[in-house]
Design a protein around this ligand. Sequence first.
Ligand code: NAD
Ligand code: IPM
Ligand code: MN
Length: 347
Amino acid sequence: MLIALLPGDGIGPEVIEQARRVLDAVCGDTLTYEEAPVGGAAYKAHGHPLPPATLDLARRADAILFGAVGDPDCDALERHLRPEQAILGLRKALTLFANLRPAKLFPELADASALRPEVASAIDMVIVRELNGDVYFGEKGMRTTAAGRREGYDVMAYNEDEVARIARVGFETARARNGKLCSVDKANVLETSQLWRDVVIELSADYPDIALSHMYVDNAAMQLVRNPGQFDVIVTGNLFGDILSDQASMCAGSIGMLPSASLDANKKGLYEPIHGSAPDIAGQGKANPLATILSAAMMLRYSLDRGTDADRIEAAVASALANGARSPDLGGTHSTVQMGDAVLAAL
Ligand code: NAD
Ligand code: IPM
Ligand code: MN
């Protein structure tokens, strides 16, 4: 099995290194790896954030393990050359439309959550985020108004097939869990969301066993902090899912804890932590690698059919936390490497 390793920028290479150590310990030489530059690193070396050779590797690989992209040096570049276009380009080129972002509190981290422990401990949910459409991929640009003022615009759109394919992933994910699906939209204001809601309701006829509810995104943001335990599976669009998943991460202890899988229709996947390149702590050994290590576990489970190995990694992360491993985001002093050491010791 070939794994594409795309470390990227900032803390990306630091967290990928620890995930690689864990994969080596669990899978030995049953996996082979090829690494390629992506993001700002690729722009600096090859003049493009997603060079053809990197995209080719991603296509050839059985699964992709991705760090993070984003580099303040590149923020003034034309948009198509910015590091973020690499991850957006990979999601689109490989039709990775279904982004699963599980948020579960490890009991050992109840004190790290921004919520009171009794509220935080109930969080055990999956956010199913659409990744190939929405305002991210609509027409966008800068123009001048009749009054000669600058105006930026980004068109939000979903067609019914795009909504249906992600809604099905939401229903199926709920079916494999506790049977509750909450569709999050802004149908009180947006036509995009009205279509979203109509299509989800139409599809629900195929899933009579699933308890479907609908929530406006502003309320969902509030409910996520008030009582995160009420959610089993949330299905939502690209932009709302981006925002709600960062918020859910803090309910579960830290943004350094949340993994993700971005899947196509055949379960080919790109696996990455939900966080970014964290330029404020890059190169200082402060990054929490657990989100990336847990992403590697998701890769084994979803793309490589190695659920038992995934379980082993998740159990080792839990033991490392139980044994007191805490990076600074979790209120401790463990370095990135020491967090990796703790997981390896638990394995
Ligand atoms: P960020 O997620 O990089 O960081 C937000 C805050 O969380 C920072 O204070 C950071 O230090 C902290 N943090 C993030 N990951 C951490 C970890 N593993 N351990 C400890 N602390 C961690 O978000 P941002 O600052 O808004 O964005 C920085 C750059 O990353 C931008 O260029 C952005 O576009 C990019 N980004 C990329 C991805 C991705 O590659 N998928 C995701 C989000 C942001
Ligand atoms: C994420 C990130 C990306 C997104 C950016 C870097 C394009 O925030 O993966 O959550 O908005 O999807
Ligand atoms: Mn994000």
